[in-house]
Design a protein around this ligand. Sequence first.
Ligand SMILES: [Zn+2]
Length: 82
Amino acid sequence: MAGGINAATMPCLKCAGEARRTSEGQENDFYECGECGFGFGIDWSEGGPPPTPRWPISEEEAEERREAACRVFRTLGQSDVK
Ligand SMILES: [Zn+2]
């Protein structure tokens, strides 16, 4: 169980919407956004499972996340986010 119960729902990496876990691995969990449909994986092996629930997030955090996503997607292209 990778990210554990606190990682069952994550803010989407792309739009900061609600992304639910679709599968759980040893180190990686996979999510699919309910708002934009974006799918992504998160590797929890380095930092370990989050100590507090990762959802919901504040509007400020959502804003920061969307800004970060803009930079990331501009650099990597939309198909290459890990
Ligand atoms: Zn999304």
